[in-house]
Each structure stands twice: as structure tokens, then as C-alpha cells.
Design a protein around this ligand. Structure first.
Ligand code: 3HC
Ligand code: NAI
Length: 700
């Protein structure tokens, strides 16, 4: 074996040369890989004994794409195209041996090989769109020539990979290597290609799969319409479509050139920068400064959930989905029956959509063991409490759990805003207590705010980080403060949104501005969805806010068809309501507030800037480890558009100096704690620094 670069080796086995890539963790196409493959192809061509080449990767995966960390830096030669040309124009068959994930540039390299083989579990995709990009190495031109236009549109514009069975069916791979050694199978395949004199198939020369779209160009607009809702606000999906259109309309080389032009546009866009930043932020959030591979872990084999309401049921489903048994305790039989009934319905709906089988439904339900006595938690390794948001109730429950649960069991609360230190203090083992703030619906939402209280043990944090991966969550470690990161910032937005409607903006205008910014819905539509009466009590209601008055007049939100909006009972479509505008106007008048026209720009600034200011305060108080963690919370938990990176990234893209100036301005004209400029923000501006200049901090 000869090392060509530190990432690619050349190995000869008789008449087959193997180019072995070893660039952990995902064999990305870093400079050393591109160079190694190019040199390796030249070595093979120059070696008289070599009759075929196999490209194979060490470790867990085939090439998973271009090296994203190289983006935005000067390109080191050779570029990927030169390497691909060497493969495609080779005088001998080149075979890609695929395991793991052949993604992005990885699939694009594979498509320049003459043949492709895959193991059953391998996946193939062009996920560039998720990074605000498009396949920039011929993917948009070659993929439709293999799979046909419709499939290529789906793969490039949505970005989800396909598995081996589908890859085989569409011709993306030539053969499935069912079992045994992939590399040996690929060598044998290559030898067959040589001995049987198979043609050197070049995807670029194949046009037959483009014929349908050529005859029926409306396929593109049909597809645009189909994905319009999902891709609203994003730039890259449309650019991917245009490239595939070019594949159909133009000769291969011109199509390739078009792809390059459009690639440069998306690559240099703020949207892609935001999405790439977000990709790394999500992975960064897992890393906690004082937790290492050596930090001991606790074993979680069985979990307890207290409360089978909205959250408890969803939380339990996460564990059942991962095959972890759960004991669920409720107050009475009716509550447990109702809770588990909702869980079953949820699973059955998923089964109806074909995502799981009915057998899976039963298996998962069997993992959920109902009980009416907390004594059933005696042997669990972790309990997650999800009862009403009431401090006294939670405190008494933790004191009780302390007496029931075994030594070493983790005691977690799903509180959305309460002081986890105060709850932990009710036990003799505060080091075992942590906040695990799931988001609703808990079986679907991937964000998990992991609230590290002052005494929470490192091993408890480490265990919960590992566990969150097992149940498919994206954890962000945060500190104890009212509302933690997400709700604390949401609260600031709420203050201004409620004030704006008194000053004359309608709830519909506010919602529209937030929707146009890229959120799935605005604050008032969100209140209607959650229920206006959350936390509202008729007995104590005193007409002191618009929301209270709406509740008093029988408006509860979507659930009874009337909230800030009215809802069509059949379609659930929402419409504005003059009665609500009158209620608001009367209330404003009673408070002596004169209503005026409010601009969209003012709405945007007043809703979003206090969030950024609060994010900075969260950082300066040490309640988040890094600014990017705050962005992960907002993108994942609250629908901040990922193409704007998150509130902190957005603030930087707008210029921290600008943002600080505006906050100061509103502080002078409006006042209030939420407009008091964060000293951290002020300092960053004064020092000409950004959030990336701050060291990650340990939350205590
Ligand atoms: N470039 C650089 N680093 C990458 C990378 C890439 N393409 N893909 C993953 N990584 C890094 C991650 O940042 C992470 O680093 P860390 O350990 O320091 O945090 C590490 O590899 C492992 O990644 P994951 O934690 O995501 O590992 P998983 O096993 O969960 O997932 C994966 C593996 C499915 C490959 C996933 O990482 C992934 O989806 N990667 C991105 C794939 C992609 O988008 N490829 C297209 C790139 S753009 C492109 O190819 C342009 C071309 O058209 C020219
Ligand atoms: P819920 O009212 O739907 O469910 C609470 C359940 O707890 C009820 O089924 C009730 O019977 C049960 N319960 C109450 N006291 C109990 C006791 N002593 N023993 C056993 N069971 C008991 O409430 P929800 O919405 O599920 O909220 C639960 C917790 O999750 C709260 O702390 C809330 O703040 C938090 N949370 C809620 C979110 C939401 O969107 N609903 C989001 C994130 C967190």
C-alpha cells in the first residue's frame, strides 16, 4: 500500500487498484482527498498491470460530501472537477464501493465512476439544499440522467437521501452487495467488467431519462407548486430546480456551466452562510467544556414519566420509539387511560401513513407500563416529571421521589420556566436533579433544553447528552433562569407584540410581519394554537389584558374556533375578526393609548430586537454556553427560519452596532427592562468583536 496523501492510499491487488480514502469522521472531500484521488487515478493509468480501479472508504462511511469547513476559504487545487474528470475519462473501469452515506460531493464523485455498488444499508443523497446550496460538482446534471427528472428534483430540492433498494431500482447503483466483504465484492465486480469487456458507462452521455421532461416541461412548475409551502423564503430550492431544468434544456457541458454559475450565487449568499453556520452550531451544542469522554456515564435501561398529559405522553413515546421501557404514573385510572389512549392514536396515525407497522404500534405500546402509584418508580434509572406547572406541587413530588427512587437514579423535571435549583433542594441528592425541557409535541419536536442546575452532577449532564442522541433529540445545555433560553426570549417578544396591538398595529399585521420574516406563524396565531386560556382562571380574571378580555368573552383560540382569529369549523382556515379589533381599540382607549399606523419595519424591530438583547443578557449571566446555542434553541424550538441562522446570527448579519443603536433608541422612547441595553452587547460593539470571539462558558 502506498500513501498518496495523508488521506488516500493506493493499493494494488493483482490487476485492480484500490484508492482507499481515510479522512475521518465522514471522509469529506478535503484537499487531501481530492488530490489523492487525482494522483491515484494517474498512478493507475501509468501502471501497466492495472486494469480497473475501485474507490473505497475506510471507517463508517463513503464520502459524505465536500468538506464544509473549507467553504468560504480560498480553494486549494486540485478542484473537484479535475478529479472527477480523471475518473470519468479513465481508460479503465472505475467502480465506487459504497457503504454508509454517499452524500453531496460524495455521490457526485460516485456518479463519475462507471459503476456503483452499495451495501443494503447505504444511503445516497444530494443534501446540499439543506446547507442553502446546490450540488456543485455535476450532481444536478448527472442525477436526472440516472434517476429521471422527478426523482432528481425530489432528491436535490428536498434533500432527503434514498436507500439502496430504491437506488438499485432507479439505476443509481448497479448492484447490491448483500453480504460479505464490500471491497472484495467490488474488486470481483471490477474484474468481471474487465474480463467481459463491459463498456465504460459515462453518465454524462446518457440522455434517455431526460426525454419525459423534455416532452413535458410543466413537470418543473408542477413541482414548484408542490413544494412551495415547504420551501417558502428559501433561495436554494429554486436554484436547484433551475439547474435540473438546465440539464433538460442544455447540452451536458453547458448545463454544467449553468450549475457552476448558480452554485457560486448560492455559495456566496447570506442564506447559505446561515445554514452552514447552523449545521455546525447544532453539532457544537453537544460539546460541553467540562464534560469529556472520560466523564462517567450512568446506565439508563428503564425510565419513569410522571403525568400522562400533553407532555408526559409525548415524552414517553420518545423512549418507547428507542426501545427503552417506560413506567408512566398518573393520578387516577381515567387520566392514565386518556393519556395512553392519545399515545396509541398518535402511533396509529403514524402507522396509517405507512411510517411504522401496526406490529410496531403494539410493540411500542407494550413498552409503556401504566401505574397509579409512584412506588412503581423504585427500579427506574431516571424519572421525568411532567405534572402541572405548579412550584409547590413539583416540590412535594421531588421530596417524594427522593424517598422512592433508587440511589443513582436521575430525577428530571420538564418544567418550562420554574427554578430547578429550588426543586432540587427538596431532595437529599441535588446532584441527581436536572431540567429536561421538551417542546410540544414532545414526540416530534427535536429540541431539548437541558437545564443544568447549580449542583447537577457532570455525569448526569453527560448521561442526558448521550441519552438525547439515543432518542433523536438535539440537546442544548442551559442554565437556571426564568423561562431558560427559549421562553425567556419569547417572553420579550410577547411584551412588544402586545404593546404594538394597543398602539394600532393589528394582531394580523404583527403576525404577517413575523410570518414574512420566515417564522411558521406569528405570536397571535401561536397563542390561538396553544389556547388563550393557558394559565387563565375565570375566578381571578380582571379584564387587565386583551387576552383576559378575549377569554372572558368566550374566545379560547383554535380549540373553540375563536381567538384573535375566527376559524372555519371545516377547514380550520383562519380569518381576521372585527370584534377583536374593537375589543383592542376599546382597551387601548381605556388605557389612554392613542392608536396610530405602525410600519412593518417598526413591528419587526420591536419584536426581534428585545430577543437579541435578552440573548446577550442570557450570555452575560452565563445561562447559555455560547451564542450559537441560543440560535439552535430558536431554530429548532420556535421556528426561527434557519436561512437566517437564528437571532444571534441574524443580529451579527445586521451589524451588532446597528442593533445596539436601535435598542438604545427604543430604550429612550419606550423604556422598560427589556430595552435596557445588554452591557455585553455594548462591550462587543465597543471592542469591534462578535459572538465567535467569546469563549464557550461552563454553566454552573
Ligand atoms: N464536511 C465537514 N465536516 C463534516 C461534514 C462535511 N461534509 N459532514 C459531517 N461533518 C463533521 C461534523 O461537523 C461532525 O464533526 P464533530 O464531530 O467535530 O462535531 C462529524 O463530522 C460527525 O458528523 P455528525 O455528528 O453529523 O455524524 P452523524 O453520523 O450523525 O451523521 C452525516 C453523518 C450523515 C454524514 C452528517 O454529518 C451529514 O449529514 N453531513 C453533511 C452531509 C452534507 O451535507 N454533504 C454535502 C456537503 S456540500 C457538498 O458536497 C457540495 C458539493 O456539491 C460540491
Ligand atoms: P397537562 O395538564 O396536559 O398534563 C399534566 C398531567 O399531570 C395531567 O394528566 C395530570 O393528571 C397529571 N398530574 C398532575 N398532578 C399529578 C400527580 N400528583 N401525580 C401524577 N400525575 C399528576 O400539562 P402539560 O402541558 O403536559 O405540562 C406538563 C409540564 O410540562 C408542565 O410543567 C409544563 O409547564 C411543561 N411543559 C409544557 C409544554 C406545553 O406546551 N404544554 C411545553 C414544555 C413544557
Amino acid at each position: 500500500m502506498t500513501a498518496i496523501t495523508d488521506m488516500v492510499a493506493f493499493e494494488k491487488d493483482g490487476d485492480v487498484a484500490v484508492l482507499k480514502i481515510n479522512n475521518p469522521p465522514v471522509n469529506a472531500l478535503s484537499h487531501g482527498v481530492r488530490k489523492g484521488l487525482l494522483e491515484g487515478m494517474k498512478m493507475a493509468e501509468a501502471d501497466e498491470d492495472v486494469k480497473a480501479v475501485v474507490i473505497h472508504c475506510e471507517g463508517r462511511t463513503f464520502i459524505a460530501g465536500a468538506d464544509i469547513s473549507e467553504f468560504g476559504k480560498p480553494m486549494q487545487e486540485p478542484g473537484l472537477k479535475e478529479t472527477q474528470d480523471a475518473i470519468e475519462d479513465s481508460s479503465m473501469p472505475v467502480v465506487a464501493a459504497i457503504h454508509g452515506t454517499a452524500l453531496g460531493g460524495g455521490l457526485e464523485v460516485a456518479m463519475t465512476c462507471h459503476y456503483r455498488l452499495g451495501v443494503p444499508k447505504a444511503q445516497y443523497g444530494q443534501p446540499e439544499v439543506k446547507l442553502g446550496l446546490l450540488p456543485g460538482a455535476g450532481g444536478t446534471q448527472r442525477l436526472p440522467r440516472i434517476t429521471g427528472v422527478q426523482k432528481a428534483l425530489e432528491m436535490c430540492v428536498i434533500g432527503n437521501p434514498i436507500g439502496s433498494p430504491e437506488a438499485l431500482e432507479t439505476g443509481l447503483i448497479d448492484e447490491l452487495v448483500e453480504d460479505g466483504d464490500l471491497l472484495e465484492a467490488a474488486k470481483a465486480f471490477a474484474r468481471r467488467a474487465v474480463s467481459e469487456n463491459w463498456p465504460l458507462k459515462k453518465v454524462r452521455d446518457r440522455d434517455e431519462k431526460l426525454a419525459d421532461a423534455k416532452a413535458n416541461p410543466s413537470i418543473f412548475d408542477d413541482f414548484r407548486r408542490k413544494v412551495a409551502r415547504k420551501t417558502r423564503g428559501f433561495m436554494a430550492p429554486e436554484y436547484n430546480i433551475r439547474c435540473i431544468e438546465a440539464a433538460v434544456e442544455l447540452p451536458f457541458d453547458e448545463g454544467l456551466q449553468r450549475e457552476q454559475e448558480l452554485f457560486v450565487e448560492v455559495m456566496t449568499s447570506l442564506q447559505s452562510q446561515a445554514q452552514r453556520y447552523y449545521f455546525f452550531s447544532e453539532r457544537q451544542a453537544n460539546k460541553v467544556p467540562d464534560i469529556t469522554k472520560e466523564t462517567p456515564l450512568r446506565e439508563i435501561r428503564k425510565v419513569g414519566v410522571l403525568g400522562a398529559g400533553t407532555m408526559g405522553g409525548g415524552i414517553a413515546m420518545n423512549f418507547a420509539n428507542a426501545g427503552i421501557p417506560v413506567v408512566i404514573v398518573e393520578r387516577d385510572q381515567e387520566a392514565i387511560d386518556r393519556g395512553l389512549g392519545v399515545v396509541r392514536k398518535n402511533y396509529e396515525r403514524t402507522a396509517k401513513r405507512g411510517r411504522i407497522s401496526m406490529e410496531d404500534v403494539d410493540k411500542r405500546m407494550e413498552l409503556l407500563q401504566p401505574a397509579l402509584d409512584k412506588g412503581a418508580f423504585a427500579d427506574v434509572d431516571m424519572v421525568i416529571e411532567a405534572v402541572f406547572e405548579d412550584m409547590e406541587l413539583k416540590k412535594s413530588i421531588f421530596a417524594e421521589l427522593d424517598g422512592i427512587c433508587r440511589e443513582g437514579a436521575i430525577l428530571a423535571t420538564n418544567t418550562s420556566a420554574l427554578d430547578v435549583n429550588e426543586i432540587a433542594a427538596m431532595t437529599k441528592r441535588p446532584e441527581d436533579v436536572i431540567g429536561l425541557h421538551f417542546f410540544s409535541p414532545a414526540n416530534i419536536m427535536r429540541l431539548l433544553e437541558m437545564v443544568r442546575a447549580t449542583k447537577t452532577g457532570q455525569d448526569v449532564v453527560a448521561t442526558c447528552l448521550k441519552l438525547s442522541k439515543a432518542i433523536g433529540k438535539i440537546p442544548v445545555v442551559v442554565g437556571v433562569c426564568p423561562g431558560f433560553v427559549g421562553n425567556r426570549m419569547l417572553f420579550q417578544r410577547g411584551i412588544e407584540a402586545n404593546q404594538l396591538i394597543l398602539e394600532g398595529a393589528s394582531p394580523y399585521q404583527v403576525d404577517q410581519v413575523i410570518y414574512d420574516f420566515g417564522f411558521p406563524m406569528g405570536p397571535f396565531a401561536m397563542s390561538d394554537l396553544a389556547g388563550l386560556d393557558i394559565g387563565w382562571k375565570e375566578e381571578t380574571s380582571s379584564s387587565s389584558t386583551v387576552r383576559e378580555i378575549l377569554c372572558e368573552s368566550g374566545r379560547r383560540g383554535q380549540k373553540n374556533g375563536r381567538g384573535y382569529y375566527v376559524y372555519d369549523p371545516e377547514t380550520r382556515a383562519s380569518a381576521p375578526d372585527q370584534e377583536v379589533l374593537d375589543i383592542i381599540a376599546d382597551f387601548a382607549k381605556s388605557k389612554g393609548i392613542e392608536q396610530r399606523e405602525v410600519s412593518d419595519e417598526e413591528i419587526r424591530d420591536r419584536c426581534l430586537l428585545p430577543m437579541v438583547n435578552e440573548g446577550c443578557k442570557i450570555l452575560e449571566e452565563g445561562k447559555a454556553m455560547r451564542a450559537s446555542d441560543i440560535d439552535v434553541v430558536w431554530v429548532n424550538g420556535y421556528g426561527w427560519p434557519v436561512y437566517r441562522g437564528g437571532p444571534m446570527f441574524w443580529a451579527e448579519s445586521e451589524g451588532l452596532g446597528n442593533i445596539a443603536e436601535k435598542i438604545k433608541g427604543f430604550g429612550d422612547s419606550i423604556g422598560g427592562d427589556h430595552w435596557a441595553l445588554s452591557p455585553l452587547l455594548e462591550k462587543l460593539v465597543a471592542d469591534g468583536q462578535g459572538f465567535a470571539d467569546l469563549e464557550p462558558q461552563t454553566i454552573r
